[in-house]
Design a protein around this ligand. Structure first.
Ligand SMILES: [Mg+2]
Length: 410
């Protein structure tokens, strides 16, 4: 099974996606996701200029050898662009191998460990009534676990909350909602106001929806370690499923302070790209969930190693799943999540109708649970003609400033 063609397809049906298409001499086509939100074309250049020429003529069955060739052979290690490019190759090769084996990919990863993957959806509101309405809407869509994000009085626009519309010139709609922007939108932040407001939000949500509904919250790297410790303590009465990215974790030791002060479960790592970013977090059991996505962590091969290591410390998978993970990347994590023992929960934000036309999928979402389907391979096909109708559109993630205009974490 020799690779005879490696094509990089950029399409923007509802937002930008980068897909690697590998074709073999026996007529199979495998696809992998290399989408790096806001920096997509860096991965495109890495794949087209540096990786594709290395793949031509290679045996597509040699997944581990190809991974090591691309990782070690570059000399320059790690980094989001490199690891997204390697992920695209790795997932395309797994897709090919599973098609050649005539099996759904999860069978090659050890077979199913469960009947489906519990998924959580996003609810948000600028005000409490808007938030309650948003939670009801997700429940009606079939979600059985909910991430709760709330506006903060005095702040105009913050992470997870839709910007007021119509948008100000230069501050258009959040890119995850589909509009390309020429410049990053700017949002507000005030950690003290947030810390005062959030516990009351969760008290009200629990009062409305009762004790059983799993609730999650994403801090998006906004707090210092001691602020994060306080928030974890303050939210303990509301029994969160997890508190996510409560403080930037490049300094892994920062999580020690948070962990010492709260029993609220912690999830970290959607911006990390290798197992090396987690070594202290795993060894000292400073977190409960690994947030890494297949697409941003070198593919199935590398994330599997990280998650197996996490399993030794009773840490589970909670893979990143916003809409910038393409249907290809999402399918890869559904197969992986179905197979591993230490699956925890899957973030799941539905793609738009145009995306579903470009990427045909066999996965299902029923009663709060995802399943990748049982077609051979990943179960996703890329419609090249549909993809060509949606050219790349430049788009930035927002940036975030304090009241005195200091740039803060977004
Ligand atoms: Mg997050």
């Amino acid at each position: 099974m020799r690779i005879v063609d490696a094509e990089v397809v950029v399409t923007s049906p509802d937002r930008n996606f980068v897909t690697l298409v590998l074709r073999t001499d026996d007529g199979l086509t495998g696809i992998g996701d290399g989408t790096l939100n806001g920096r997509e074309l860096a991965v495109v250049a890495y794949l087209r200029e540096h990786v594709a020429p290395l793949l031509l003529g290679r045996d597509a069955h040699r997944i581990e050898d190809t991974w090591q060739l691309l990782y070690r052979g570059a000399y320059w290690r790690r980094g989001p662009v490199t690891m997204a490019a390697i992920a695209a190759v790795d997932v395309a090769l797994w897709d090919l191998k599973a098609q050649a084996a005539q099996m759904p990919l999860y069978q090659l990863l050890g077979g199913a460990s469960r009947t489906g993957l519990m998924a959580y959806g996003h609810a948000s509101g600028q005000t409490l009534p808007e938030l309650v309405e948003s939670i009801h809407a997700r429940l009606e869509e079939g979600y059985r676990s909910i991430r709760v994000q709330s506006g903060v009085p005095g702040l105009r626009s913050i992470y997870g909350i839709s910007a007021p519309s119509p948008a100000q010139p230069g501050q258009e709609t959040h890119p995850t909602q589909g509009s390309p922007v020429a410049r990053p939108a700017e949002e507000d932040w005030d950690s003290r106001a947030y810390l005062r407001h959030l516990p009351g939000v969760f008290e009200a949500v629990r009062a409305e929806f009762g004790p059983e509904l799993p609730l999650l919250h994403d801090v998006h790297h906004r707090l210092t370690p001691v602020q994060a410790a306080r928030l974890g303590k303050d939210l303990e009465p509301y029994d969160l499923f997890w508190l996510e990215d409560c403080t930037p974790a490049e300094n892994q030791e920062a999580l020690r302070l948070v962990r010492q002060h709260t029993t609220t479960p912690l999830a970290v790592g959607e911006v990390f790209n290798t197992a090396w970013d987690y070594q202290t977090l795993l060894r000292e059991q400073l977190i409960d969930y690994v947030r890494s996505a297949v697409t941003h962590t070198g593919g199935i091969s590398h994330l599997r190693k990280l998650l197996d290591q996490a399993a030794l410390h009773q840490i589970r998978a909670g893979m990143h799943g916003p809409t910038d993970i393409s249907p290809v990347g999402m399918a890869a994590q559904l197969h992986l999540g179905l197979a591993i023992h230490n699956f925890g929960i899957q973030e799941y934000a539905r793609h738009g109708a145009l995306t579903d036309e470009v990427f045909r999928q066999t996965s299902t979402f029923r009663d709060g649970h995802l399943h990748p389907g049982d077609e051979p391979g990943l179960g996703v096909t890329l419609d090249l003609e549909a993809a060509a109708r949606h050219p790349y559109r430049p788009a930035y993630l927002p940036v975030n400033r304090l009241a005195d205009q200091t740039v803060h974490d977004w």
